[in-house]
Design a protein around this ligand. Sequence first.
Ligand SMILES: [Zn+2]
Length: 606
Amino acid sequence: MKLDNMFKKMKPAAAVRGGASAGKPEVPEGLLRRCNKCHGAIIAREVEEQYYICPKCGGYFHVPSNRRISMIADPGTFQEWDKEMPAGNPLQFRGYQEKLAQLRKKTGLKEAVITGECHIEGYRTAIAVCDGRFLMASMGETVGEKLTRCIERATEKQISVVILACSGGARMQEGIVSLMQMAKVSAALRRHSDAGLLYISVLTDPTMGGVTASFAMQGDVILAEPGALIGFAGPRVIEQTIRQKLPKGFQSAEFLLEHGFLDAIVQRQEMKRELGKFLRLHSENCGAEAEVVQKITESRCNTIEKESNESGQSTVCKVSSERSFTVGLLKKSCKKSAGKPEERMESQDAWQRVQCSRSADRPVGMDYIEALFTDFIELHGDRQFGDDAAIRGGIAYFRGKPVTVIAQQKGTTTKENIACNFGMPKPEGYRKALRLMQQAEKFHRPVICFVDTPGAFCGMEAEERGQGEAIARNLFTLTGLRTPVLTVITGEGGSGGALALAVADEVWMLENSVYSILSPEGFASILWKDASRAKEAANVMRLTAQDLQKQGIIERVFPEGEHYTREHMEPVTELLGAAMEQFLQQQSRQTDEERLKCRYARFRKF
Ligand SMILES: [Zn+2]
């Protein structure tokens, strides 16, 4: 029978962390057993009472759905939905009913999915768990119907959905009706999403076929267990089609993360805690917490406003009188890169700032995320091609309020520099940023971007994947993004590569950062056919924060103080933090329409 063949093909696939060839670790019958991956002797009860992980090799065993729920739900909170649901046999497929009856008896399950409601780390959530013991958790009419009702009920109750998937795909015995479940569940998830609710998809070993091609890949957040096999076509099918052996680790969770399809890989023991973090970030309670913070913020903001009014300078933001910086300090700040003080003439300032903005000990993107935000959860991938290390992003709290934060990252060591491509993002980086911005819009989170890039990567593969299109789409989407957007240029603001994260309600710059159409070297080489005239170019390009503020390109400039490095960034982040708080406060008083109008006008004037 074709179907059985397919499942046989799936078996080695349903393997383990570490690759498809390693064999499938099942907890065998009896008390003392052998792990079928490492062949180590294990005490089955101990493994089953814990996390179904081999204590010898760390291999993940498949988990029955009831145990899965107890690993994730707060004790005693799970209430099952639609426990009894009559199963159909749309093809009148011979032996199917008998097979189902047999499996019910053997597993004690009614079908391949359990749905219900529970609390996870205190947050009320709809939950669905697939069980691979029941026909490889393939999705037939009953599975589709249970999932759909679960999602519909979650929409009604305005709660999040968590689905722990594992599946061989659609259920062949039910034919086209099974295929329709993919569309039905997707439609329910679309409504749930349109209601502004969170769906977290957790992929476990194996998640294949029609399930991958529907609900498994539709999460706002997609997590996976280490080593899980995830794919559309099974490895055997691919190998037969292409008549080649697949490389080790192909279609593993790690492979998917690298190719941009997962937000993160989460260890089984950590799953509950991680889910709890996401649920908290998206919960209403967190709005209540934010309200308290808002009150504190208001009083702080009043102080800031008062002080900046007194100083009569809108350009220099003062947090308190002992922490005021003046532009004068800047003249001392670039000693390292600017040569002898007497050489620093007024006309050289722009070039000095260019060098300062590129200085190796200057803070990088992740430094700002660490300094200004708490509980940062990094999200990976563009869901299309890859995960670009030159753009990092995720969700975090800014003074009690959830925000989406995105930062261009240069790295601090040579190894990191290379991994981050020296801060030159590829199309997948911009597409990841776009995905995170759209996610922020759905959940009404402000977006805060940190820009520091010599420019978008100019390479063959970047062109093949549409570097121009990726940047263009960001500009297009950002102009209409219905949530506050703030961009801070912290180092180099190179061309379209910077603008792709800077179509914002306000753009701020650090005193020695620069923002320009291209590098001074490039400018000199194009206009004067002489790259060595970069210094001269820097001075005519008007690329300094001070110049750009005069032109109305940016709103604020933040003084850096003397020799601004990673070790001494606190005074600057303190100023930035206070100003960000003030910005978010102002933005919260605006409607989306007002904000979009202002954003349009901000760029319309040029
Ligand atoms: Zn083992």
